[in-house]
Design a protein around this ligand. Structure first.
Ligand code: NAD
Length: 509
């Protein structure tokens, strides 16, 4: 089967901006209830220069804005504000916090169109993906509001003669949060919702590449939250992110990002013995057995392997298919993936896939493709870059992937699905587990016993059967092994952002 020709990138009306200058948020930190410049500039000291990060539109490479690049002093002032706000915030009742979280969800929904356009501008996402991000962000706050009210520990009990034990659930304190660029507001919401519901205050650093929707969010909800409860410091990982991990007055640091950043955060947090919550990379296997509904599996991979242009930690990108059905499945998948429409978010409703987030990431993804093809992989669809401007990569299916090769093991984080074959169920399950990651996996089978048993042998935090990448606020999300530890979403997230206290009362007479 020859690779399909590379499609053109749909551009649309690129003369009309997705977001006007007046709609942009303040391009600086949000600390103690107000937008403030970086401490370096505010000091007025001779020679004090404020640094900024250039925010680029990945769909055409143009500059959108310059955003303040914070430093240690900005984190320190945000942590002070968070610490001051903590006693009052943690004393509010779950109902009071829920009322605020529900108002935040309403505010997101009332401003959904602007947030969707901002997210598409900053990330290049098609509108359909941004719509999903913003609607799930609102739902995350709604869930956290309800979960916070239903969040109880076990009741009191007597376990030692004359003593009653009461288990209390308390906030951890001040939480430092670092999030990535692939779902800017959604990843922030996954942290902010449960952290606030559990009674903590926080300082959050958005990705230096995609701070716009998070700053807009802060602007939109500023009047709903007491000053200092939510603080945003913009800037780079090795400075702002590193200070959040090392700061002695932060009780827990939560990072969603790459394995390298996770390692840096956990190492630095170890010095102050603060708690760590890590949502890291993934390399999700998709195991297609010989009894699977192959058409359903191909359609499932079309969505789960390429959603957000494959810049998705749970993306189903590594197909392991039984050799007896490999040819048929590859044909069906090629048909599915060959029909993708790639474009600028201004290209209209037909656009399903956008660009890579940056030139550096585009180089990284095309580098993976070049090396895999040089290594003998066969591009059945796509296989390389699409024409610029912007950082577009063709939706790609690579067959004939050697087990253990780079393309089979590493997180490519682009619109690339690889296909390997297997002979036995044991082999499939063993090889599926042979990646450093453990975030998500799927199994495709019509055998009822296999659908119950196979997931038990898979070392991944989420295992879907005959589905992939279906999420809900009620169910936990998080990984094993190199994908980190801790859970986002669900009551488990509130648990992770809480601490347990035992109070024992001696009532013997
Ligand atoms: P990244 O690790 O480069 O950056 C993530 C965040 O960490 C950014 O805000 C960055 O500034 C910060 N950072 C970088 N170095 C740091 C340091 N030394 N100390 C503290 N913070 C630091 O990741 P990315 O490229 O933005 O995002 C893609 C990665 O995120 C992928 O590996 C993806 O799988 C992962 N991810 C995981 C999940 C999940 O739920 N498990 C969700 C989304 C993304």
């Amino acid at each position: 089967m020859a690779a399909t020709p590379a499609p053109a990138v749909v551009r649309g009306d690129t003369t009309t901006p997705l977001v006007t200058a007046a709609e942009l948020p303040p391009l600086t930190h949000f600390i103690d209830g107000a937008f403030v410049e970086s401490a370096a500039g505010a000091s007025g000291a001779a020679g004090a220069a404020t640094s900024t990060t250039t925010i680029v539109n990945p769909a055409d490479g143009t500059t959108i804005a310059e955003v303040a690049e914070g430093e240690t002093a900005d984190v320190d002032s945000a942590v002070d504000a968070s610490r001051r706000a903590l006693p009052a915030w943690k004393s509010t009742t779950p109902k009071e916090r829920a009322d605020i979280l529900l108002a935040i969800a309403d505010r997101i929904e009332d401003n959904a169109d602007l947030l969707i356009r901002l997210e598409s501008l900053n990330t290049g996402k098609p509108r359909v993906v941004s719509e999903d991000d913003i609607s799930m962000s609102a739902d995350t706050f709604r869930f956290a509001a309800g979960a916070g009210r239903a969040f109880t520990e076990m009741g009191a009990g007597d376990y030692v003669e004359g003593h009653t034990s009461v288990i209390l659930r308390e906030p951890v304190g001040v939480v430092g949060v670092v999030v990535p660029w692939n779902y800017p507001l959604l990843m922030a919401a996954w942290k902010i919702g449960p952290i606030l519901a559990a009674g903590n205050t926080l300082v959050l650093k958005p990705s230096e590449q995609t701070p716009l929707s998070t700053l807009k969010f802060a602007e939109l909800v500023a009047d709903l939250l007491p000053a200092g409860v939510l603080n945003i410091v913009t800037g780079l990982g090795p400075s702002v992110g590193a200070r959040l991990s090392s700061h002695p007055d932060i009780d827990l640091v939560a990072l969603t990002g790459s394995v390298g950043s996770g390692r840096a955060v956990a190492t630095s947090a170890g010095e102050s013995l603060k708690r760590v919550h890590l949502e890291l990379g993934g390399k999700a296997p998709v195991i297609v057995f010989d009894d699977a509904d192959l058409q359903a599996a191909a359609e499932g991979v079309r969505n789960a392997g390429y959603w957000n242009s494959g810049q998705e930690c749970g993306a189903g990108t590594r197909v392991l298919v039984h050799s007896s059905v490999a040819e048929k499945f590859t044909e069906l998948l090629a048909e599915q993936v060959g029909s993708y429409t790639v474009g600028d978010p201004r290209g209209g409703e037909s656009v399903e896939l956008g660009p890579m987030i940056s030139e550096a990431h585009f180089e990284r993804v095309t580098g993976f493709l070049d090396r895999a093809i040089a290594d003998g992989a066969k591009p059945v669809v796509g296989g390389g870059a699409l024409e610029g401007p912007g950082f577009f990569v063709a939706s790609t299916v690579l067959a004939k992937i050697a087990p253990g090769s780079e393309a089979s093991q590493e997180e490519i984080f682009g619109p690339v699905v690889t296909i390997e074959t297997f002979e036995t169920e044991d082999e499939a399950l063993t090889r599926a587990n042979e990646v450093p990651y453990g975030l998500a996996a799927s199994v495709w089978t019509t055998d009822a016993a296999r659908s119950l048993d196979a997931p038990r042998h898979l070392d991944f935090g989420t295992v879907w059967v005959n589905s992939h990448l279906v999420l809900a606020a009620e169910v936990p999300w998080g990984g094993f092994k190199g994908s980190g530890y801790g859970r986002d979403l669900s009551i488990y997230a509130l648990n992770d952002f809480s601490r347990t206290k035992h109070v024992q009362i001696n009532h013997s007479r």
